[in-house]
Design a protein around this ligand. Structure first.
Ligand code: F6P
Length: 335
């Protein structure tokens, strides 16, 4: 059998462990298999840019952040039938039986479209997809995406460092977190570090109340603001400064953006385990000629939830960008 691996969209820790698991499981379980990496994500598939992978290529890869295959954003792919068809034909003409994909929402949609074209044209390749995104915004009702835990770990470190200075100087820090339109990363980073307040996408913030919460505190205050919220950390700072000026209270406020530091670096244990397990299960199922599908799981040993690609892209059933009410109560209880 002949397999290809593609890492799509924004990189995240766990992608390399996924590559390693696919390569090693394939070559160990069926040594006649050949495994190829698609270079630079979806662009590489359109251009037919493949590189054969050996076990040696994947040595020392389990923990490494980023992706050795490379990836890039390709928003035009969504509306370009020529690009979509080129991908399907490149897989078919190169005799690939399976394409293993790890990526976020955009990659899931691209994989779904690719699978449709392959089926319409009666081509050979099946597509298996794993969720890889620090945002946890893909099929998140079935579990956390690969990369999410690593990103919380990075955020935790940064938020603890900031606490030292915030506490020493009695300052207020407004800290931006990545996550696109999804508040999960900001929320869980806040939970694990005991932040005083988290501002989520779409939230109707009562700034007068927020100013009072800050004022009641004796030392440091860390407010985490999710990327998807309508105002930046700087804009929030200006609003709060005006309120304090009117109330004639002095508080020193600073802003920080955790940004890309949340996306790189060593993968968290959970992400290495989940991506390795999913990779292994995909290979086992591919060797048994399974159909295309979306795989998600939490830990090794747990049978993955396998959704059809049609089910997986139905966001009304699989995905929720907002934090459920009972989780908000959880945060409030820990304040
Ligand atoms: O999807 C991961 C993510 O890091 C988001 O949190 C962020 O909005 C976006 O990617 C940034 O994308 P880029 O790397 O293309 O600037």
């Amino acid at each position: 059998m002949k397999f290809a691996i593609l890492t799509g969209g924004g990189d995240c820790p766990g992608m390399n462990a996924f590559i390693r698991a696919i390569v090693r499981s394939s070559l160990n379980l069926k040594p006649t298999t050949s495994v190829w990496g698609v270079i630079d994500g979806w662009r590489g598939l359109i251009e037919g840019n493949f590189r054969k992978l050996t076990k040696r290529d994947t040595a020392g890869l389990a923990q490494m952040g980023g992706t050795i295959l490379g990836t890039l954003r390709l928003p035009e792919l969504k509306d370009d039938p020529d690009m979509q068809e080129a991908m399907a034909l490149n897989l078919h003409d190169n005799y690939f039986d399976y394409l293993f994909v790890i990526g976020g929402n955009g990659s899931l949609r691209a994989a779904h479209r690719l699978d449709q074209i392959i089926k319409e044209k009666g081509l050979r390749t099946k597509i298996l997809v794993a969720p890889g995104s620090i945002d946890n915004d893909v099929c998140n009702r079935y579990g956390f995406s690969i990369g999410f835990y690593s990103s919380i770990e990075k955020s935790r470190e940064m938020l603890e460092w900031i606490r030292d200075t915030a506490s020493a100087h009695r300052r207020v820090y407004i800290i931006e977190s990545m996550g696109r339109d999804c508040g999960y990363l900001a929320f869980f980073a806040g939970i694990v570090t005991g932040a005083e307040h988290i501002i989520l996408p779409g939230e109707d913030v009562d700034y007068e109340k927020l100013a009072s919460i800050i004022d009641e505190r004796d030392r440091d205050t860390r407010i985490i603001v999710a990327e998807g919220y309508e105002k930046s950390a700087q804009e929030i700072r200006e609003i709060l400064e005006k309120i304090f000026e009117r109330r004639n209270i002095k508080h020193e406020i600073r802003t920080v953006d955790m940004g890309y530091f949340q996306r790189g670096g060593t993968a968290a244990v959970r992400d290495i385990i989940a991506s390795s397990w999913i990779g292994y299960k995909m290979v086992k199922n591919a060797l048994n000629h399974c159909d295309s599908g979306f795989y998600i799981t939490f830990y090794a040993g747990q049978e993955p939830n396998i959704l059809s690609l049609d089910e997986a892209i139905d966001e009304s059933k699989t995905n929720d960008l907002s934090i459920p009410e009972y989780m908000l109560d959880f945060f409030d209880a820990l304040r």
